[in-house]
Design a protein around this ligand. Structure first.
Ligand code: ATP
Ligand code: F6P
Length: 443
């Protein structure tokens, strides 16, 4: 089928649909990979949904012991099969309703199970991309069991040590039947990505199209080393004082104070020993904000971090925009995420140009990003899974450092305030006020 560019989505998606089928023993990070992939795709406005077979199984067997997963346990086998069938049925219904990428999260550890899923998908015109996570580093597996598995709903209310032991027994049941994908050379016709020991080695087989290759490239860049991402807007600028948007003005005296205070704020949060890389935009106000940071921090300027381009409205106040372009002003309030300034950009456009930034962030360790209101909202939305329609209305105060730390299932946030006054640049729907107090919903 010919591919097309979907202007609404902003990225090229094929007419085809993709089922990402996770493969691997328990505690190999499959659910982790599934939820991060879903977050990335949804951030790009690609309809994506995870179907976790374990959640279906829990309806019928909420707290099974390891024996349940023994292939000689006929009752266990029946229930597990029923859970897989229910997940696949819901997934197919979801595709019929317009879904583009489904992620089927289960061990899918036998050739038979993979063949079954493959055949169902192929019959329904859905491409299959197997993603296997293999890991034989015992330390990582034990950490996964301790951090995630012993506290899962399967072991609620149970002693963590006993839970960990039972989980190890569960793994050994799976090990008896598990076959890594294409182990016997007879699964070579499948499209697959095999990730060994969290990306130390990867095998890519028969990737077919653009969407698949994007997913594969993204997954290849993931790591689980502890790290944080710090986000800050530039210090208050001269345009901020006037309530003007865009431009390339210098910092106000209070913005200058923030720049001088930022190193302390960063030190308080990061500590002295951790090496930090600083990314700014190419505009004067972010570069000036980052200029007092320690010299041993690597600094890099990215054009992709420049503020949303407001085209013909650059340099105007919201009141001036409403006076000169009343229809545009109303249209932006109507759908702020999709509204594109004449000769400029929309939030959707910004997300698309930020994709390389996200990719680089995923590969990297500690990074501090000094950027602008709209860009920061988009990056924040990625980490915090913010609804795209709501993120452009989010309040991101000036003179505040935000620390985001990705964890197994979600991102932790801490905010550090510099306590240096600044104007508010937040604007509520319909308003043309120069400086307005944010409403509680925007926080
Ligand atoms: P199960 O089959 O029981 O559902 P799972 O394979 O889905 O297990 P997860 O629940 O995803 O396992 O395990 C989460 C943990 O895996 C997290 O602590 C995460 O840091 C870690 N992890 C993420 N990616 C990988 C990877 N590629 N290899 C091993 N561990 C990983
Ligand atoms: O007002 C500061 C600013 O960074 C402008 O340069 C930019 O146009 C605006 O914020 C983006 O915010 P909003 O999308 O709410 O207008």
């Amino acid at each position: 089928m010919p591919s097309k560019t979907d202007n609404r989505v902003g990225v090229q998606v094929e007419d085809t649909k993709v089922c990402v089928v996770m493969v691997g023993l328990p505690a190999r990070g499959k659910s982790y990979i599934a939820q991060i992939a879903q977050r990335y795709l949804q951030w790009l406005s690609i309809p994506a949904q995870t179907f976790n077979v374990g959640n279906y199984r829990r309806n019928d067997a909420p707290q099974p012991t390891a024996d349940f997963f023994d292939t000689n346990n006929a009752e266990g086998e029946r229930k597990r099969r029923a859970a897989a069938e229910a997940a696949v049925a819901d997934m197919l219904a979801w595709f019929r309703g317009g879904g583009v990428v489904a992620i089927l999260d289960a061990t899918n550890s036998t050739k038979e199970r993979r063949r079954w899923i493959n055949d169902i998908c192929v019959t329904s015109g859905i491409e299959v991309l197997f993603v296997e996570s293999k890991c034989d580093e015992q330390e990582i597996i034990m950490a996964n069991i301790r951090d995630v598995k012993a506290t899962s709903p399967d072991y609620r209310g149970q002693d963590p040590e006993a839970a960990a032991q039972d989980f190890l027994d569960r793994i050994s049941k799976y090990e008896k039947i598990y076959k890594t994908i294409d182990e016997d050379g007879d699964e070579d016709e499948y499209t697959y990505l095999k990730i060994m020991n969290i990306g130390k080695q990867v095998i890519i087989n028969r990737i077919q199209d653009y969407l698949q290759s994007r997913i594969v490239y993204y997954l290849m860049n993931l790591h689980i080393r502890p790290r944080s991402v710090w986000l800050s807007r530039h210090g208050e600028s001269m345009y901020n004082l006037d309530g003007r948007i865009g431009g390339d003005t210098m910092l106000s005296p209070r913005g200058e104070q923030y720049a001088r205070k930022l190193p302390d704020l960063v030190r308080e949060s990061v500590g002295d020993d951790r090496p930090l890389t600083v990314w700014t935009s190419t505009l004067k106000r972010t570069i000036a904000t980052a200029r007092f940071l320690p010299l041993h921090y690597n600094q890099l300027q990215w054009k992709a971090l420049d503020e949303l381009d407001s085209g013909v409205c650059d340099g105007l106040t919201y009141q001036e925009i409403k006076d000169r372009f009343p229809d545009d002003f109303a249209a932006r309030d109507e759908d702020k995420y999709n509204y594109r300034y004449r000769g400029g950009e929309s939030y959707r456009d910004v997300v698309i140009r930020l994709e390389p930034i996200i990719m680089e962030l995923e590969r990297s360790e500690d990074i501090l990003i000094v950027t602008h209101q709209a860009v920061l909202r988009c990056i924040y939305a990625y980490f915090m899974k913010k609804d795209q329609a709501k993120s452009p209305w989010m309040n991101v105060p000036l003179h505040t450092l935000i620390k985001l730390t990705p964890r197994a299932y979600g991102t932790e946030e801490i905010r550090y305030e510099a306590n240096i006054p600044a104007v508010s640049t937040w604007r509520g729907k319909g308003s043309t006020a120069k400086h307005e107090n944010p409403t509680p919903e925007s926080l």
